[in-house]
Structure formats: structure tokens, C-alpha cells
Design a protein. Structure first.
Lengths: 312, 215
């Protein structure tokens, strides 16, 4: 690359791969590069250290990182096609830099941010999360990024703000799937503000110690580990604060199957399949799905008193 | 078969295509399995691939009769049975992938699915309708049933095909393009049959239509 480096490290390089690997060695992985075989004892849901791990007791021990190859080749990203292997094949047309993010709605000063500027100086997070797709498969993915709450703090929501809405890029040139009508474009997702402010909610810019690949939602995607994967909106160009519950893409498309909350819940089946079990990618037998994807200890209080069958 | 070597090229090519379509997927799946080509979720991949093989072969078996009527190639009729049997075999494999690999023989879960999930219900219906056709596909059964009764029985292939496409339609998450295309194909094939019947009834081409009507 002949492009001169800016003085500040761009956020797209939050965690250089070398540092990431060093940390993994530090974690006692004996320098193993074999991601597939790497046990991730008790760090799921916490940035470091076993103290904060979720309530996945008895399960955390056998949560191994999903091979990077699988996590980057088996994706749902309809902007690049509806097949699982389409995104990797087709996402080359996405240009993740330069990238701007419109932040507006109920914030102190609405503004179009350059992505690197929006993230500059925010604490960098390394998080290993279980990822549970609504289609009953799951992965374990090491993310790099920033806490969503830190970004929100930077843009200063007004006291009247109650929800955060996210919008994916709309550009059929870069996203060929948008030339079809399979979903209403652009993709939108949203969280309640208290969900967005939860320390587990992450805006990811990297995975496996590298800049996040296009097919996984470059350059900026949401990761909310206690919710089904479709809440994790990709290639975000707009963040809007609002006082009303926004419409969200899958909920609009098929409301009986995909709720606004979409919390992982083994007791509420999808109309066409059971959510009680999931296939962890790379494993043969299905394993039991955990309430809130194993993060109940951290997030259950957000939903105290709510009927989760109704608000699925 | 003894005269096969001297058969016209089109017949030989036809036979080759039919056999590749019917059994070719097997070595292809083996290759994918050993080369990692089934991807991150091999069971799902097998589930989907076997389902598509079954559906395509079923559709192909239904095109034989109209094709024969249009081309006058009587020899095509033998392939109808091959394609139909192969479709059935792949459908059963597809079912076995589900029950054996996905559910790991959890039969109570399978029964629950049969009752609760309409796409599984109609999938089972399709296989149930195809089973007597597969069983009676031998010369012996044709003789035992008699041509007319055998033909009537084998019209079950239409409800089976419709059930299979409905299964596909209800199984996919959102992108219904292909299932809808299959429905169009079924409608086209059925429409063709109806037109042929009308013509046969009106007597103009009664003999030809009768001879090629089959299923
Ligand atoms: C008891 C019978 C059957 C069972 C249990 C069954 C089961 C399944 C399952 C579990 C799926 C995957 C759905 C998903 O991914 O969500 C599927 C898809 C499919 N099945 Fe079946 N099936 C049956 C019969 C049939 C028959 C008879 C055919 C065709 C002749 C067929 C063709 C298909 C096709 C084309 C798909 C869609 C694959 C895709 O989405 O790309 N199935 N079936």
C-alpha cells in the first residue's frame, strides 16, 4: 500500500493480529494456531478473566472457537445473496473505506461522522461471544470492536431517547442482493436504549484479530450476543436515536416468526423449528440452547416482568 | 439393451444424461464430503442437496411424457421409470439424512415435527404417495394391475409433486423464487396433460394421444 498512514491508528486496525495472537498465547493456548482446537475456558461474555463469565456453567468448558474459515464462509447476509456461501463469494464489491455513519434523531448534535473519527480513542474491546442464529445453528466468535455504549456516550442521546435504530448501507452497486426484492432494503434493526447501553452490546470492527471481512459486515456491525444473529445488523451507515420502537426488517417481513426482541429463548419455538437445540458449527450432535444464549446472568434483569412468549 | 450399441446417437446421449442425473449425485456427494465441499454445516448441506436431487428428478420424470408426445421418441418412456425411481431413492435418502443425521434417530422429535410442522407433514405425504409408485414400478406389477389401472395409480405422481413443491415452499425462509418456479413447471406439465386429454377426447388425434399418454 502506497497510501500514507494517518498519524492516528485507524480503528480498522484496533487489534493487530500479532497482539491478538500474543494474548491468546497468554491465555494458555500454548501458542497453538489451531483455532479449531482452541478451548475458550470461561471467558465467554467477558473481555478477560473468568470472573465475569456468563451462566454457562458446565457448558463454557466445551465452547471452542469456531474455525475462522467457517465463520467467514457460512453467513447470512442477504445483501449479497440468500445462500450461506453467497456473501463470501459476492461481498468483494463492498468498499468498507472511506465509510461514514450518520448519527441523528434524538442526539445532542446530529452529525455525519467519518467512521474512524467516530471510534477514535474509544476503549478497544476483545470479546469472545457465542453467536446463535435463529436458524438453530451457532458459533463461537472472537470479536474486536468498541462498546456500543461508548459510541452512544460520544454522540450524547437526549433524555427523551428510548430506542436506537441502525441502518445498513443501501447501494445495489456494492450490494447486488439489493437488486432483488427478497427483503425491504435497506436492512434495519433496533434495540431498546437500555439494551444498547448494556456492556455486552458491541460494535465490531474486527474478528479473529483481523479487520472484519466484508461478508461478516464490514466495516461496522452490531453484536448482541443474547439475541438471535439477525439482530446483529451489518455494514451500518446510520444510527438514529428515537422515542418510538422502530420497525425492523425481519419483524416487518414475517412478524409471526421474527420478533422485535429476538432474545435467544429455548422455550419459545420458531413456528417451523424448535429453538430448544442448536447445531454448533463443527459438531455433530445438537446441543441444548441456553436462555439468553447463556448470558441470562447479565441480561435477564432487562426483561424482568415481561412475558417473553409475547415479546419474542 | 443388446441393440444399444447400434442405437441412434440421440438415444445414447439421452440414456447417458438420465443415468448421470439419477446416480451422478452420489459420487459427487462423496467427493464433496471428502474434499470439505459440504461447507461449515455438512448435515444441512446434505439435507438441501438431497432434497433438490429428489425434486429435480421428479420434475424430470414428469417431462418425459410430454417430451415423447412432442418428439415422437417412444424409447423415452423407459427413462420415466428410472427417473421416478431415482427421485424416490433420493427423497428417502433425504428423509434418512433428517431422521438419522439431524435428529440422530430421535423419533419422538420426528413425530412431533410430523404433526407440528406443515412442511414436514407434506414432505412425508409426498413420500407416502411415491411409495406405491416405486413398489409397482416393475413389469410384474404392471402386468398384475393391468395397463389402465397402473396408469391411473401412477397419476399419484402429480399430487406427490405438488406436495413436494409445497414442502419446499414452506421449508425456505424467505426467498421463494425457486419453489414458485417449480410450481409454474408443475402447472405447465399438468396443463399439457389437460390439453392432450381434450384433444384425445375430441377424437382427432385419439390414437396418437392414447399411445403416448401414459401417466
Ligand atoms: C418426510 C419427508 C421429508 C422430510 C422429513 C424432509 C425434511 C426436510 C428438511 C429438514 C429440510 C430443510 C429445511 C430447512 O433448511 O429449514 C428440507 C428441505 C427440502 N426438501 Fe425435504 N423433506 C421431506 C421430503 C421431501 C421430498 C419428498 C422432497 C422432494 C421430492 C423434498 C425436497 C426438499 C427440498 C427441495 C428442500 C429445500 C432445500 C433448500 O432449501 O435449498 N423433501 N426437507
Amino acid at each position: 500500500m502506497l497510501i500514507r498512514r494517518p498519524a492516528d491508528i485507524p480503528s480498522s486496525e484496533i487489534t493487530p493480529e500479532s497482539a491478538y495472537l500474543n494474548r491468546r498465547q497468554f491465555m494458555g493456548a500454548a501458542g497453538s494456531l489451531a483455532l479449531a482446537g482452541l478451548a475458550v475456558p470461561a471467558v465467554l461474555g467477558a473481555s478477560r478473566g473468568p470472573a465475569e463469565h456468563g451462566d454457562a456453567v458446565g457448558q463454557a468448558q466445551d465452547d471452542k472457537l469456531t474455525p475462522e474459515e467457517d465463520a467467514t464462509s457460512y453467513n447470512n447476509f442477504y445483501e449479497f445473496g440468500t445462500g450461506k456461501d453467497d456473501p463470501k463469494r459476492n461481498a468483494g464489491s463492498l468498499r468498507p473505506r472511506p465509510w461514514s455513519v450518520q448519527v441523528d434523531g434524538l442526539v445532542k448534535s446530529p452529525k455525519r461522522w467519518d467512521l474512524d473519527e467516530l471510534l477514535r480513542g474509544l476503549a478497544k474491546e476483545d470479546k469472545i461471544y457465542r453467536h446463535r442464529c435463529v436458524e438453530a445453528w451457532s458459533m463461537v466468535i472472537p470479536w474486536q470492536g468498541v462498546k456500543l455504549r461508548d459510541v452512544l456516550a460520544r454522540v450524547e442521546p437526549l433524555p427523551s431517547a428510548k430506542f436506537v435504530e441502525f441502518t445498513t448501507l443501501l447501494d445495489p452497486q456494492q450490494m447486488p442482493g439489493q437488486r432483488t426484492g427478497v427483503l425491504r432494503w435497506p436492512y434495519k434493526e433496533a434495540l431498546r436504549l437500555d439494551e444498547a447501553m448494556h456492556p455486552l452490546s458491541l460494535l465490531a470492527t474486527g474478528m479473529y484479530g483481523k479487520t472484519i471481512p466484508n461478508q461478516n459486515g464490514a466495516p461496522l456491525r452490531l453484536v448482541v450476543p443474547w439475541k438471535y444473529g439477525f439482530k446483529g445488523i451489518k455494514s451500518i451507515v446510520r444510527i438514529r436515536l428515537t422515542d418510538r420502537q422502530p420497525n425492523t426488517t425481519w419483524n416487518d417481513a414475517i412478524p409471526s416468526e421474527y420478533g422485535f426482541y429476538a432474545n435467544v429463548n429455548p422455550t419459545v419455538d420458531h413456528p417451523r423449528w424448535t429453538q430448544a437445540k442448536e447445531r454448533r458449527i463443527g459438531e455433530f450432535l445438537r446441543r441444548n440452547t441456553l436462555m439468553f444464549n447463556g448470558y441470562a446472568e447479565q441480561v435477564a434483569s432487562l426483561y424482568a416482568g415481561m412475558d417473553l412468549r409475547r415479546y419474542y | 439393451m443388446s441393440s444399444f450399441g447400434r442405437a441412434p446417437a440421440v438415444r445414447r446421449v439421452g440414456a447417458l444424461l438420465v443415468w448421470v442425473a439419477a446416480v451422478g449425485p452420489l459420487p459427487w456427494l462423496v467427493w464433496l464430503a471428502v474434499s470439505g465441499g459440504l461447507g461449515a454445516n455438512p448435515i444441512e448441506s446434505l439435507q438441501h442437496r438431497t432434497g433438490h436431487y429428489a425434486l429435480r428428478l421428479l420434475a424430470a420424470s414428469l417431462t418425459i411424457t410430454p417430451l415423447r408426445a412432442l418428439t415422437g421418441w417412444g424409447w423415452l418412456v423407459a427413462h420415466r421409470r428410472t427417473l421416478g425411481l431415482a427421485a424416490f431413492a433420493w427423497a428417502v435418502t433425504h428423509l434418512l439424512v433428517y431422521v438419522g443425521l439431524d435428529l440422530v434417530l430421535d423419533l419422538s422429535q420426528f413425530l412431533e415435527d410430523l404433526v407440528k410442522r406443515r412442511y414436514i407433514t407434506v414432505g412425508m405425504l409426498a413420500i407416502a404417495l411415491l411409495t406405491p409408485l416405486a413398489v409397482t414400478s416393475t413389469q410384474g406389477w404392471i402386468r398384475r394391475l393391468g395397463g389402465a389401472r397402473w396408469n391411473r395409480l401412477h397419476r399419484l405422481v402429480y399430487p406427490a409433486m405438488i406436495a413436494a413443491v409445497a414442502h419446499y415452499l414452506w421449508a425456505v425462509k424467505k426467498d421463494v423464487t425457486l419453489p414458485v418456479l417449480y410450481f409454474l413447471v408443475v402447472a405447465l406439465l399438468l396443463g399439457f396433460r389437460v390439453v392432450m386429454r381434450r384433444r384425445a377426447r375430441s377424437g382427432v388425434t385419439a390414437r396418437r394421444a392414447d399411445a403416448s399418454f401414459g401417466t
